[in-house]
Design a protein around this ligand. Structure first.
Ligand SMILES: *Cc1c(COP(=O)(O)O)cnc(C)c1O
Length: 436
């Protein structure tokens, strides 16, 4: 039997319609930007394997560090014990995160990093009932429409109600759901927050780019105003930087585009450069201090078997070694500039009166570029996604549209030739839908 056939008998794939599923492709090797399949076909991984691989695949530096750590200490219970990689990574993160973060809580993926943030925020108020007599009322969570914060129940609750969450709606807790801010709605949003503020425990948001909800972007100036209003109402602001963190948006963290900084930051995906599963929830001092108390009931009773896994922490340290250097910074700046140039070419193509391109809403932030193909409905279930993936793979490029939303999010080590191949592939896809 082939690997594909064996897979078909035993595997249930994530986010994959299982009936008549297209055959999965056995990948035998990864090297930098490239994925190699068992038939020696090569694909440029233009979405960094679900947004995680910052430095490409099988990076020898990260691999070496992992090997050494695996021979030294691969795992240890993290209650009552500590180890060098966990402490060194926390120290390092606190120096590079937007100002004011003071504690690192580890978990093992993006969904758990947001679950932890939500639980911390709710318990922050619960723990301080004597200090703030009104705090028991602070149980509501504010979130954005089209948000995506993960697939566990708390994370789904604060995410948009969508096709992803449909079977579970009855079991999800209610949130106050608002639009992302812009020039037209900012005042109304501010008024809403002021009116409900004293009942709101926390505000969770993906800063500037909403990922799985459709790579939707919004402007920092209005977000800054919204954060100011939320913080004036003492609402805990949680930046979910699981996707935007570690250079994706052109700055090390998307929060740095704003002057108002979050109280909690969630990290995963690019944290280990895409080699190991790891989640981080970083918080400011006042959040942590609400848990330092004589009353044992005010403990944060949360943890995971693999909390602060030494291999994962080592991979994160190695990834940061590769990230925080001028050469990588230059790569990110170059990718951003190329994206802006390609986007303006596409914009000119749309406004060409004779042969307008069948696309809309071209947008770029840093290394992320996205647009919609105007074919069928603007929704995740639009079947053109599968067609686009096959078209791209025939050209040696891997992308995975969200419905008719096509985007790229390439590794930072992408070469000039590879980036041109990605853009060429996007051009071919757009041409395919002209008049279709
Ligand atoms: C992917 C993602 C998550 C969930 O992370 P997982 O590791 O897939 O559980 C949460 N928030 C954002 C913004 C994400 O992009």
């Amino acid at each position: 039997m082939t690997l594909q056939e064996r897979d078909e008998l035993v595997i249930w794939h994530p986010f994959t319609h299982q009936k008549n599923r297209p055959p999965v492709i056995p990948i035998v090797k990864g090297k930098a930007t490239l994925l190699f399949d068992e038939n020696h076909q090569v694909y440029i991984d233009a979405i960094s394997s679900w947004w995680v691989n910052l430095h490409g695949h099988a990076h020898p530096y990260i691999a070496q560090k992992l090997y050494e750590q695996a021979l030294t200490l691969e795992q240890v219970i993290f209650a009552g014990f500590t180890h060098e990689p966990a402490v060194a990574l926390a120290e390092k993160l606190l120096t590079i995160l937007p100002s004011g973060m003071s504690r690192i809580f580890y978990s093992d993926n993006g969904s758990t990093s947001t679950e932890v943030a939500i639980k911390m925020s709710l318990q922050y108020w619960w723990n301080q009932q004597e200090k703030y007599p009104q705090s028991p009322n602070r149980t509501k969570i504010l979130a954005f429409k089209d948000a995506y914060h993960g697939d566990t129940f708390g994370a789904m609750s604060v995410s948009d109600r969508s096709v992803f969450t449909l079977p579970f709606h009855e079991k999800l807790f209610e949130v106050i759901s608002i639009d992302t801010p812009n020039a037209d709605n900012i005042q109304e949003l501010q008024h809403q927050i002021q009116a409900e503020g004293s009942n709101i425990a926390a505000f969770i948001y993906e800063p500037l780019v909403q990922g799985a909800g459709g790579i939707k972007m919004y402007a920092p100036e209005y977000m800054d105003k919204l954060l100011a209003t939320a913080q004036a109402a003492q609402i805990i602001c949680i930046a979910d930087e699981v996707m935007t963190g570690f250079g994706r948006t052109g700055k090390l963290f998307a929060s740095s585009y704003m002057t108002h900084q979050p109280d909690i930051i969630c990290l995963s995906k690019g944290l280990t450069g895409g080699t190991m599963a790891l989640g981080v929830t970083a918080c400011k001092k006042h959040i942590y201090e609400a848990f330092v108390n004589d009353d044992k009931l005010k403990t944060f009773f949360h943890g995971h078997s693999f909390t602060a896994n030494p291999l994962a922490c080592t991979a994160a340290l190695a990834s940061l070694d590769l990230l925080i250097v001028p050469a990588c910074n230059a790569q990110i700046a170059w990718l951003s500039a190329q994206n802006f140039a390609f986007a303006s070419k596409l914009a000119r193509g749309i406004s060409n009166p004779e042969k307008p391109l069948p696309i809309k809403n071209i947008r770029v932030l840093g290394t992320i570029l996205a647009f919609e193909i105007t074919n069928g409905k603007d929704e995740y279930l639009n079947n053109i996604a599968g067609v686009i993936t096959s078209l791209a793979m025939q050209q040696g490029v891997y992308i995975r549209p969200l419905g008719n939303t096509v985007y790229i999010m390439p590794p930072y080590c992408t070469t000039e030739q590879e980036l041109l191949a990605i853009y060429q592939c996007l051009n071919t896809i757009i041409e395919h839908f002209r008049g279709a």
